[in-house]
Design a protein around this ligand. Structure first.
Ligand code: NAD
Ligand code: TDX
Length: 339
């Protein structure tokens, strides 16, 4: 049994992106003894607005790239853990241009591991269920920690590569690490390129929602606050060297999610367009999170998807100034791809 870890001063990489910024908010609200340094390159997916208003004595911001070893030498000493969220995160972008995914997801993780090795601090690695590939729609199986890796896209193959680096550095150099693989997140601050925000902001902008292929692909949805509480639980109570899957039993196909969005936004249920399917589109993801629940006692709190979706729609409706800056460029990119 590993002793509980009580971090005081953590680095959160990618803390200006969707899930990273929600984690920073979660730590500030729930763990007053912890100071956070956000390290973020502010790519198209990151915005300082996502951490605006957080107390300055609790959160510092460093503008920089995780591939920058000299910068890591300067900022890592004095911290007791790195929680690594920074990534190129969008499958469609990885299909159009894989190179930044290799840089950030593989080389960036390598640089962080080398820094963790040099300064002897704790490391938690954020990963995805997509490393396991996909399941058939009629397969009763779900992913577990022992499912073989079988990634399909440039994005998921770079995430799988980064997980394997963490495992190898842990075994070879004895680093103190944990890994989590989570399912699809939803909630506030998610970039408008992703499925749920894209459809909500399309409707708010008078554009018809866009469904890839027949829409029967299944995703296993979890509210981002539940992801945050799970990561905190694993960071502080997880066994070193272990992987934990995070999921909230939220399987739904894309067509059903879209119909729910249309209904909750007062639109006819057929007011959307079918567009070109994603090449190599994974059919179904499904997480079995028994290990995390039984070993560490974690439970998701936001399991009513309709109510979580309603609040998410409300957030985008009330934060137009947050998303409209990136909306036109995102739709232009999709249009060029026939999506
Ligand atoms: P995001 O694209 O919204 O945010 C990524 C953040 O990382 C941005 O703030 C960006 O500026 C920053 N970043 C990118 N490259 C960087 C670099 N080289 N150096 C420093 N900062 C850099 O991503 P997200 O959806 O919040 O995903 C966060 C993490 O969670 C990723 O590791 C992703 O693989 C994982 N994940 C995401 C989901 C999901 O549903 N979105 C599910 C499971 C796991
Ligand atoms: O306009 C769209 N229409 C559509 O039908 C978009 C953007 C997506 N889709 C479909 C594709 C997927 O089946 O919706 C589903 C969800 O798509 P994304 O939001 O792009 O997410 P996904 O590809 O499932 O990956 C997400 O979850 C796992 C995150 O982006 C990853 O970072 C994470 O690892």
């Amino acid at each position: 049994m590993t002793e509980a870890f009580t971090p005081k001063n953590i680095i959160v990489t990618g803390g200006c992106g969707f899930i990273g910024s929600n984690f920073v908010h979660y730590v500030v609200e729930n763990h007053p003894e912890v100071h956070v340094t956000v390290l973020d390159a502010l790519t198209y997916a990151g915005s300082l607005d996502n951490i605006k208003g957080l107390p300055e004595d609790r959160v510092d911001f460093v503008h920089g790239n995780i591939c920058d070893a000299e910068l890591l030498d300067k900022i890592v000493p004095g911290h007791d853990a790195i929680v690594h969220y920074a990534a190129e995160s969008h499958n469609d972008n990885s299909i159009a241009d894989p190179e930044p995914f290799l840089k950030t997801n593989v080389e960036g993780t390598f640089r962080l591991l080398e820094s963790v090795r040099k300064f002897g601090i704790r490391y938690h690695h954020i990963s995805t269920d997509e490393v396991y590939g996909d399941l058939a729609l009629d397969d009763p199986a779900r992913f577990t920690e022992s499912t073989p890796y079988h990634p399909s896209s440039p994005y998921s193959s770079t995430k799988a590569s980064s997980d394997l680096l963490v495992r190898a550095w842990t075994r070879t150099y004895g680093l103190h690490t944990t890994i989590s693989n989570c399912s699809n997140n939803y909630g506030p601050f998610q970039h408008v390129e992703k499925f749920i925000p894209r459809q909500i902001t399309n409707i708010l902008s008078g554009i018809r929602p866009k469904l890839y292929g027949n829409g029967l692909n299944v995703r296993d949805w979890i509210h981002t606050d539940d992801h945050s509480s799970a990561v905190w639980t694993i960071l502080t109570q997880g066994r070193l060297g272990e992987t934990y899957l995070i999921g909230a039993d939220g399987e739904k196909n894309n067509l059903d999610v879209l119909k729910l969005i249309l209904k909750q936004m007062g639109q006819p249920e057929d007011a959307f367009d079918h567009v070109k399917d994603r090449p190599g589109h994974d059919r179904r993801y499904a997480i079995d999170s028994t290990k995390l629940r039984t070993e560490l006692g974690w439970k998701p709190q936001h399991t009513n998807f309709e109510s979580g979706l309603d609040k998410t729609i409300e957030w985008y409706t009330n934060h137009q100034e947050w998303w409209e800056k990136t909306k036109a460029a995102t739709e232009k990119r999709y249009k060029a791809q026939g999506q």
